[in-house]
Design a binder for this molecule. Structure first.
Ligand SMILES: [Cu+2]
Length: 357
């Protein structure tokens, strides 16, 4: 790296000297046409312009075909379908406009490249043309923005009175997550960073009766097809709750509660058995098996087979172990969810267990 940087510095220094020598030359007034583009230069520049745009599109097509396996599958949440549609419409529009404008820009640079005998045409303006290329973007953009605003309002609509949403707290700290379920009363107990002490890592208010039946877990279980309202808190720094399969992301900010709601529609099991995931997991395991062989040969432990799980990830670089800040999400049937929740101790039980120790 140092060698590379040294070479770069030397090269840049050389270029600087060369440029300076050119300034010196310019200062000695002399009629010299060598700096003015001639037909040969124009020809080359014109062809390079065309070649550049062709290169860009070939690269684009290559990237689409080569990396489309990194795309996410269809959304596993209700609002995700609208989100994906908005994304697709925006991308298709951008694609059409950029191919038209960039393609024409580069093609015309080539077609009308400078020639000695050519004379520039004086063309003042054309009101009709200007009107057309102003009104079309205005209509398209206004439509897109209005559609986007409606989608946004739908996605961000967190109505606690609507139906029977499940309220879950997502608690972020360096470098892990906790989920807090509200218990029978469906009401989260009060919490404050000042109450953090011993096993009370979330800072629950011990005097608040709503908090007694809250359940704090290190896995996020969600019943399928039921709206979940997440209330997010952070203990220390800015984190971001990122659930890509559900098209959800929300900053988790110390000192305030941020909210997001969605309805999961595909259980972990269904996603695992989907055609998309089966194929993907097979590829991942093939790579892992090859890697394992090398590890075993080197005397290390083999890698475990990979099975798909949803994860809640942190999407804000929040410190050294940020990359490992994740919590498993299990989407399951309402009965499985209830059975699991029953096995989890309440905050009150945890407190009395600690007191009796
Ligand atoms: Cu984080």
């Amino acid at each position: 790296m140092t060698v590379f940087l040294t070479i770069v510095v030397i090269a840049l220094f050389g270029i600087t000297l060369w440029q300076m020598s050119k300034i010196l030359k310019l200062s000695q007034a002399k009629i010299d046409n060598s700096q003015v583009a001639n037909d040969k230069d124009n020809n080359l520049q014109g062809k390079l312009m065309l070649a550049f745009v062709i290169f860009l599109y070939v690269l684009m097509i290559y990237c689409f075909t080569q990396y489309n396996s990194y795309f996410l599958p269809e959304s596993a949440s209700e609002h995700g379908v609208d989100y994906d549609r908005l994304m697709l419409i925006s991308m298709v529009l951008i694609m059409i406009v950029q191919i038209l404008t960039q393609g024409l820009l580069h093609f015309f640079s080539y077609k009308y490249r400078g020639k000695k005998e050519n004379k520039a045409l004086f063309f003042a303006d054309n009101d009709k043309l200007e009107f057309i290329w102003t009104i079309i973007p205005v209509i398209v953009l206004a439509g897109l923005i209005i559609y986007g605003l409606f989608t946004w309002t739908d996605i961000m609509n967190i109505d606690e009175e609507d139906g029977d949403p499940l309220i879950v707290e997502l608690y972020a700290y360096q470098f892990d997550w906790r989920a807090r379920y509200s218990g029978e009363d469906n009401e989260l107990g009060k919490a404050n960073v000042r109450f953090i002490e011993g096993i009370n890592t979330l800072g629950l208010d011990v005097s608040d009766t709503y908090g007694k039946d809250d359940k704090i877990t290190n896995e996020l279980h969600l019943p399928v097809n039921r709206k979940v309202i997440f209330k997010m808190r952070s203990q220390d720094v800015l984190h971001s709750a990122y659930m890509p399969f559900f098209r959800a992301q929300m900053n988790v900010v110390p000192g305030m509660i941020t909210e997001f709601a969605y309805t999961p529609t595909v259980t972990s099991e269904e996603m695992r058995n989907s055609e998309f995931m089966v194929e993907k997991v097979a590829t991942i395991n093939k790579i892992r098996r090859e890697k394992s062989k090398k590890l075993v040969a080197a005397g290390d432990e083999a890698l475990e087979e990979y099975t798909f799980e949803y994860y809640l990830l942190c999407n804000k670089i929040c410190g050294v172990s940020h990359y490992n800040m994740q919590m498993k999400i299990i989407v399951e049937s309402e009965e499985d969810y209830k059975a699991w929740l029953k096995t989890q101790p309440t905050f009150g039980e945890q407190l009395s267990a600690q007191a009796s120790n």
